[in-house]
Design a binder for this molecule. Structure first.
Ligand SMILES: Cc1cc2nc3c(=O)[nH]c(=O)nc-3n(C[C@H](O)[C@H](O)[C@H](O)COP(=O)(O)OP(=O)(O)OC[C@H]3O[C@@H](n4cnc5c(N)ncnc54)[C@H](O)[C@@H]3O)c2cc1C
Length: 170
């Protein structure tokens, strides 16, 4: 797993605030997450693209910056299921769907950030929100070292709200 000490976050937060992470980890597979969970990190911050993150100290917490990529399409008889990895860019993901005639997310185009952050605050715009189209969220639980499948009904989606908002603070 890529790991960088004294990592500058200046270019990856939308305010371009200079803040140095003592160490930044860049997991790209489940095995990397399992490795991270064995390190006994007391606290850390998961950073997507930094568009909803305000850094206020010269020294940031330990950073985990996922580098999970890939989009899979599963055509079913009555619907299309699209599975997108956390580090895909949200706007590009919307474009990917539109190009293939997979409709619904158009109003959410141009929202800056990553796919992984989208369910955290249940992104929305122009009367549409992610929750209307999100069937399931896969979440890695650092305590049990396993991937948990959260079905839509278990995500606690509300206006700019979800259970994941609380989980990232745990
Ligand atoms: C100019 C501008 C316009 C915006 N317009 C809208 C809008 O129209 N609608 C809207 O809803 N929002 C909007 N936002 C807010 C922002 O686009 C969203 O909050 C977006 O989801 C942030 O994505 P990010 O990857 O940059 O998240 P970050 O800032 O990196 O992270 C945000 C939160 O998500 C957590 N997180 C990020 N990635 C993961 C992951 N893989 N796993 C677990 N937790 C994770 C972080 O720990 C943090 O708590 C706007 C922001 C800006 C700057």
């Amino acid at each position: 797993m890529k790991t960088i000490s004294n990592f500058s976050l200046k270019k990856i937060n939308s305010f371009n605030v200079e803040s140095i992470a003592p160490i930044a980890y860049f997991p790209s597979c489940i095995d990397d997450l399992i490795t991270l969970s064995t390190l006994g990190l007391s606290s850390f911050y998961i950073l997507g693209e930094g568009f909803n993150t305000l850094l206020v100290e010269n020294e940031s917490p330990i950073i985990i910056k996922p580098e999970f990529k890939g989009i899979e399409i599963d055509e079913q008889a009555d619907c299309t299921i699209v599975k997108a990895a956390a580090s895909e860019n949200w706007h590009e993901f919307v474009g990917f769907c539109i190009e293939r005639g997979i409709n619904g997310l158009e109003n959410l185009a141009l929202i800056p950030g990553s796919v992984g952050a989208a369910p955290v605050q249940n992104i929305g715009a122009y009367g549409v929100e992610l929750a209307q189209y999100c069937q399931e969220v896969l979440w890695f639980d650092f305590e049990t070292q396993s991937v948990i499948q959260y079905q839509h009904k278990d995500c606690g989606f509300a206006y700019r709200e979800s259970i994941f908002k609380k989980k990232v603070k745990e």
